[in-house]
Design a protein. Structure first.
Length: 129
């Protein structure tokens, strides 16, 4: 569990809006097309993509930071990784610095591609819809 995913993505939206996309269950479902339940408080649980991803919010700083204990449903019991979303407004856009660590090594390729396929690209499509 030594690998780390580090991605920096830009969205033509404010950090406030991207924060909402990531923590509001209705908005999350609208851009992914999949069921989501999100208790958007520190310590609150979430279930995304119909339960394929589950976890708990560890630290929330509105419009700036989301840190989650995050896991794929098929991982071993009690196995969680850390997903960290740092948001900043940058010249009319949102710069999102994402770090994911503590996941099983064999999951690297799927997770690295999955963040783009299941999060960043759908958010972009949702912003122009």
């Amino acid at each position: 569990m030594t690998q780390r995913i580090h991605q920096v993505v830009k969205f033509l939206a404010s950090s406030e809006l991207i924060y909402e996309y990531l923590l509001d269950a209705e908005r999350f479902s609208s851009f992914t097309g999949a069921p989501a339940v999100i208790d958007r408080v520190p310590g609150g649980e979430f279930s995304l993509f119909g339960g394929q991803i589950v976890g708990r919010n560890i630290e929330l700083n509105p419009s700036e930071l989301i840190v989650q204990a995050w896991r794929v449903g098929g991982w071993g019991r009690g196995e969680y990784s850390i997903a960290r979303f740092e948001l900043a407004n940058d010249s009319g856009a949102c710069s999102l610095t994402f770090d994911h660590l503590g996941f099983p090594e064999e999951a690297f390729d799927n997770l690295d591609a999955g963040w783009h396929q299941m999060y960043w690209e759908p958010i972009r499509r949702g912003l122009v819809a």
